[in-house]
Ligand binder design. Structure first.
Ligand code: GLC
Length: 731
């Protein structure tokens, strides 16, 4: 008997011990992955496939026999949407699903306050948790390329650095509640017009430098647990299951370990969905908001056709296993987590956060003759004119619409704040109801409204015109784009008429997009107030009364005319596209990058926003002259509040490279810091920028590349208001 046969039992036992020890080691390192492996090994193929697609409008199947729960999802990015029916788009008619409506994300971006973004995300996530949702279908971070995009109000503006910086704390805040954020819409969904058919052509450089950064930050810095594929195509392929975007970049380069969820009906092919990385298919057979096909679920691309392909070996079982592994990982982070928080809703803290984001996001654009703030004086009469003073701004807009427990209108907020002044009101103009994909006629006669408004204006000392856009179709609304750059519903004419009756007009502009401003010279003051949610009226009154000093900065430019915008400078082939294809011909020069580089002055610039006090930025310095490619640049300056009112300023640092081997924007935002200063107070602000943030995406090597040589550093409080320009060298 040789050695092996003699000691065979010992050898087996020894190697078994080694093997189980390694497995135990593995399990200790990745207990979650071990648990997932053990569940995978007992799931049937049918159960695995069933987890990869919807069972209802907003849920996917669990595994009843094993006690694996369903996954419940809900919109949206600035509040938890009311419950939708099981199998159609009608609301379910619940009476326990009203919530806090937070400001839309353009407002959050305008705060330039990442800490506040964390509070926003946490509060919203708490409400989603309380409403028993496992996935919150937000935030949206598609870049603002054109002022006509119906959904810009839901997103974070035209600059990738601002969106990337603000989205990370928001996602972390949501996910602290054991609720998955679902960053959307990945990618290049920058218009609503024919969103489910349009094919986007754009350079690799613009893709990586402008359109992907916020998603990359969501994955690599916020560890987002899910991401939503977009409706549109990119280079001829649907983005929801795109070999380059989803398989190579997202799951390959960025190592995304979460779940890719389709937009509702954005999946189009079983094999591509299976092999290019779509994990959960939702909403197929619907157009995302309107049409729906009842009980369509077994016909989904990742339903029976997928099961069939798995059974006949056309698709390997490892493909469905990877999807289920990701889905189970999301469940262990949410509805199967052992220490999941409980959630809260409609509580004071959330209302306070909503109000704080609103007041910090409101942007003071114009303030001639110190029109704002308006004193609460018993001798003055204020006429509040305009439909937006009373129109609900939480309903409409598409999937992000909300059913708030309450919504304070601008008129109500002003009436409650101004106890001494006399507030009178007239609707002035009126649009139709906010109904998805229909423009509803106004129920009122425009002339009679105008006559009435002028009468009211005559009686007042001051007019507050509360106008802008609405959340109805072809306005700031999902499903299609705006059709005009100017204000709708006869507002421009109305302002002209009111001006004849009363010289003192302040415009409270409620929009999620830039608009034409031919009336600008006719008003003394303009505040850009966004869609502010439940606390809108209180926040607007806080700013107008001076209780809060405005500190918002524009997250996008206001072009004088539409053709001054980059996307609108190359004809229909660039926007809205011809024959369902469009090319982003402005390339990397989006927003202020276009205005600066083409020397086209906007009416109001990215990063601009006034205050009731004054600041100055002095002693701007950088810590070095020469930097290595792996170094960090520290920019410092002293900010002084030279006025008599406490306030906040946003120091912004832009970087450019006037001498370069590649096309460059004059300057790009690479750092910012918001500083709160009491009257007379001075603070030193310091902003660090990693040199690798200066890299450009080099198409010749399909990778990032830091060009050596001189760079310009611009420090100021707006993209068009630079206090100091300095030079550094990267060697
Ligand atoms: C919509 C939207 C998406 C939303 C989803 C569910 O079509 O594009 O943002 O989350 O469908 O309502």
């Amino acid at each position: 008997m040789n050695f092996v046969s003699k000691y065979y039992p010992v050898i087996i036992c020894f190697s078994l011990t080694i093997f189980t020890t390694i497995q135990a080691q593995e399990a200790k390192q990745h207990p979650l992955e071990a648990k997932i492996d053990s569940i995978l090994s007992i799931l049937t193929l049918e159960e695995k496939v069933a987890m990869c697609h919807a069972q209802s409008k907003f849920s996917t199947k669990g595994v009843e026999r094993l006690g694996i729960p369903e996954i419940w999802m809900s919109d949206g990015p600035h509040g938890v949407r009311a419950e939708i029916s099981w199998d159609d788009w009608a609301y379910a008619g619940w009476t326990n699903d009203s919530i806090t409506a937070f400001p839309a994300l353009t407002c959050l971006a305008s705060t330039f306050n990442p800490k506040l973004a964390g509070e926003f995300g946490f509060s919203l996530g708490e409400e989603a948790r309380y409403r028993k949702k496992d996935v919150l279908l937000g935030p949206g971070v598609n870049i603002y390329r054109t002022p006509m995009n119906g959904r810009n109000f839901e997103y974070m503006g035209e600059d990738p650095f601002l969106a990337s910086t603000m989205v990370v704390p928001y996602i972390k805040g949501v996910q602290k509640n054991g609720v998955a954020a679902c960053v959307k819409h990945y990618a290049l969904n920058n218009q609503e017009h024919k969103r489910d058919l349009i094919n986007v052509e754009v350079s690799d450089r613009a893709l990586h430098e402008i359109y992907l950064p916020a998603f990359k930050a969501a994955v690599q810095k916020a560890n987002v647990w899910s991401i939503m594929g977009a409706y549109n195509k990119f280079r001829g392929e649907y983005t929801t299951h795109h070999e380059l975007l989803t398989k190579k970049i997202l799951k390959g380069d960025w190592k995304f370990d979460g779940v890719v969820i389709s937009d509702w009906s954005s999946a189009h092919d079983t094999k591509k969905a299976a092999l290019n990385g779509l994990d959960i298919e939702m909403g197929t057979g619907t157009d995302g908001l309107g049409m729906t096909t009842a009980n369509h679920y077994n016909q989904y691309y990742l339903a029976s056709p997928f099961l069939k392909a798995l059974k006949n070996g056309e698709i390997s079982e490892s493909v469905v296993n990877d999807k289920v592994r990701r889905i189970l990982r999301l469940m262990y982070r949410t509805n199967m987590s052992s220490n999941r928080p409980l959630g809260r809703a409609n509580n004071k803290e959330h209302h306070d956060v909503a109000r704080k984001v609103a007041t910090e996001g409101i942007v003071l654009l114009k303030n001639d003759n110190n029109f704002f703030p308006i004193k609460d004086d018993k001798n003055i009469t204020i006429a509040v004119i305009g439909e937006n003073a009373t129109r609900s701004m939480t309903t409409g807009g598409g999937s992000s619409e909300l059913k708030p427990k309450f919504e304070i209108s601008p008129l109500q907020g002003l009436k409650e704040r101004y106890k001494n002044a006399t507030i009178i009101h007239s609707i002035g103009y009126a649009s139709g109801a906010s109904i998805y994909d229909q423009v509803m006629p106004s129920p009122y006669d425009a002339d009679s409204l105008k006559i009435e408004a002028i009468k009211v204006a005559k009686k007042a000392d001051i007019v507050l015109f509360v106008g802008g856009l609405s959340k109805s179709h072809l306005q700031d609304c999902e499903g299609d784009d705006r059709k005009q750059y100017g204000l709708p519903f006869g507002q421009e004419e109305l302002i002209d008429e009111i001006k004849k009756a009363n010289k003192n007009i302040g415009f409270v502009l409620i929009t999620g997009n830039a608009v034409d401003m031919p009336w600008l010279s006719k008003v003394d003051g303009v505040i850009q107030t966004w869609y502010l949610g439940s606390m809108a009226g209180h926040a607007i009154a806080d700013i107008i009364s001076g209780d809060v000093n405005p500190s918002g900065k524009l997250p996008f430019s206001f072009p004088k005319k539409l053709e001054d915008n980059g996307a609108h400078s190359f004809g229909a082939s660039s926007y809205p596209g011809i024959n369902l294809t469009q090319e982003y011909k402005e390339d990397i020069l989006v927003g202020y990058r276009w205005h600066d580089t083409k020397k086209i002055k906007p009416v109001y610039a990215f990063g601009y926003g006034m205050s009731y006090t004054d600041f100055n930025i002095k002693n701007v310095a950088i810590d070095n002259k020469k930097y290595a490619k792996n170094g960090t640049i520290t920019v410092s300056c002293d900010v002084t509040n030279t006025g008599t009112i406490d306030g906040a300023e946003v120091v912004q640092v832009y970087v450019g490279k006037s001498k370069s081997n590649v096309k460059r924007a004059v300057k790009e935002l690479k750092g910012f810091s918001k500083v709160f200063l009491k009257s007379g107070e001075i603070q030193t602000v310091s902003i660090t920028i990693n040199v690798d943030e200066l890299a450009f995406y080099d198409e010749s090597i399909s990778d990032w590349n830091i060009e050596e040589g001189d760079y310009e550093i611009y420090v100021g409080n707006a993209s068009n208001n630079i206090s100091k320009k300095m030079k550094i060298t990267v060697k």
